[in-house]
Write a protein that binds this ligand. Structure first.
Ligand code: ADP
Ligand code: MG
Ligand code: ZN
Length: 492
């Protein structure tokens, strides 16, 4: 994105993803969300003197898994460091993180943009770190708070931080990057990815590169908007930063390197503090934990266990005849792609399956707020419905009605057709009787048709459909009507 003054928008993201483990990063406390305050705590995560951390093996596996999925190199040797700072949600006075030697480095995510373009975003690093506790402020606003409460249930939960290179060029690209990242992660079972519970949060960095600037992007004064908790807010924060920095430059000012926060109320960013430098944190190697050494076989085993991920899946689906839009929608959601795979495994036609999955089934799932994985109409049940259509037992219109009932009752398509007698009537003799009746009852329409008004045919088809409660096969009715009308003596 190049602004009209020639400046280019430069964005890099740091994405924090809470890992879905049963227990915390360095202690055996459960990672239960929503437990009563300060019940999931122990001397380690309370930071009591003398308590020693012990690394959770599962966290290492999940971090390596995420790194492999993002094409990173997984380091066989990495290390934990202390990041020292004071805040009431951090009882130890430091956060254990990986600073100099992160577990994963140098990956990339190919982000689909509009018109089949792709932006390759390099992943600089992925490191493991612990979560801080949660502060709850009493009163109307943070500034007017009458008191603050600390809940340390969250303290010590495992996170990975995924840091990109400054490769994104617009808030829209950032949105697409985050969407793609979330869909890749959703295939890995590494995180619940629940935004509203804070399991994924983002620090968004943005600078404006002046035309003709040829230095390193790292040297541009960037603003870091901290702790933004949804994709929509990241985009809003970045858009408002573009405007704000642009205005500062237009007024002849200089953008300060600083940390800002996003205010959801106004949709703008607010200054928090001038940017801290790394040495403000007095990073040093964590003396209570040994160097983290991985056996190469562990990493290889994890690589073997990676599922097919969205980029490969999209290519495969397009190869099966889906449009790139359809493939993108299905591949973005593991529930949807597993569902489709199972419908097709039942022998359903691909085009029919995709049309119904993304059409009527999607509508019902949306209304019920459930995903494909929890659909009351399972893949085999949908395949059966499609089969009844393919063999002519159900018209599209009837099938829609049957699907609604299947969704509401959990009954099979065959059972519903049987119970309600909703099958399509293709029986020539039955339909011929109905066609003759319609012709006899509507002589005016017959006359119109013979006088050249083609639309009268549609009216007559409609009459037969009505008489059969929509169950007549429109194809057969059409053919019979045309035959009958053609057989009448030509009108004078
Ligand atoms: P810090 O610890 O200050 O947050 P990091 O090195 O962890 O710094 O993260 C730097 C982040 O800033 C990365 O995501 C990187 O892509 C991004 N970044 C670096 N230079 C720029 C720039 N000129 N404009 C926007 N983002 C940038
Ligand atoms: Mg940062
Ligand atoms: Zn604990």
């Amino acid at each position: 994105m190049i602004l009209d003054n020639g400046a280019e928008v430069i964005i890099g993201l740091e994405v924090h993803v809470e890992l879905a483990t049963r227990t915390k990063l360095f202690c055996a406390c459960p990672s239960a969300f929503g437990a009563p305050p300060n019940t999931a705590v122990c001397p380690v995560c309370l930071g009591l003197p003398g308590a020693l951390p012990q690394l959770n093996r599962e966290v290492v596996r999940l971090a390596a898994r995420a790194g492999l999925a993002l094409g990173c190199e997984v380091r066989l040797t990495s290390r934990f460091d202390r990041k020292n700072y004071f805040y009431p949600d951090l009882p130890k006075g430091y956060q254990i993180t990986q600073y100099e030697h992160p577990i994963c480095e140098w990956g990339a995510l190919e982000v689909p943009l509009a018109d089949d373009a792709v932006r390759r975003v390099a992943i600089r690093r992925i490191h493991i770190e612990e979560e801080a506790g949660k502060l709850i402020h009493e009163g109307d606003s943070l500034w007017g708070a009458t008191g603050s409460l600390v809940d340390l249930n969250r303290a010590g939960l495992p996170l990975i931080e995924i840091v990109t290179e400054p490769d994104l060029r617009s808030p829209e690209e950032a949105r697409r990057f985050l969407r793609e990242l979330v869909s890749v992660l959703s295939y890995l079972d590494v995180s619940d990815l629940r935004m509203e519970e804070g399991s994924i949060r983002c620090d968004a960095n943005l600078s404006l590169k002046p035309p003709g600037f040829s230095g390193a992007l790292e040297d541009l004064a960037r603003v870091e908007v901290k702790n933004v908790n949804s994709i929509r807010n990241v985009v809003a924060a970045l858009e408002s930063e573009v405007k704000r920095q642009r205005a500062v430059l237009d007024a002849g000012g200089r953008v300060e390197r600083e940390t800002r926060g996003f205010d959801e109320g106004t949709g703008t960013t607010l200054p928090q503090r001038s940017k801290e430098a790394a040495n403000d944190y007095r990073y040093f190697p964590e003396p209570d934990l040994p160097v983290l050494m991985l056996d190469p076989s562990v990493v290889e085993a994890e690589r073997e266990r990676l599922p097919v991920l969205p980029p490969a899946l999209r290519a495969e689906l397009v190869g099966r005849g889906l449009t790139s839009k359809e493939a993108a929608v299905i591949a973005s959601d593991p529930g949807a792609s597993r569902y489709l795979a199972r419908v097709l495994a039942e022998g359903a036609d691909t085009r029919l399956a995709v049309t119904w999955m993304l059409g009527d089934l999607a509508r019902l799932l949306n209304e019920a707020h459930v995903g494909y994985g929890a659909s009351p109409v399972g893949p085999a049940a949908l395949a059966e419905l499609l089969q009844l259509m393919a063999q002519g037992t159900l018209s599209g219109r009837l099938a829609k009605e049957v699907l609604d009932r299947m969704f509401a009752t959990g009954h099979s398509a065959a059972a519903i057709v049987e119970d309600t007698g909703m099958a399509q009537i293709s029986d020539q003799d039955v339909l011929a009787t109905e066609v003759d009746r319609a012709l006899a009852q509507h002589p005016a329409a017959v006359a119109d048709y013979r006088a050249g008004k083609a639309a009268a045919l549609g009216f007559l088809v409609g009459q037969v459909m009505k008489a059969t409660r929509g169950q007549a096969s429109p194809d057969v009715v059409n053919r019979l009507l045309r035959e009958r009308l053609a057989a009448l003596a030509p009108s004078s």
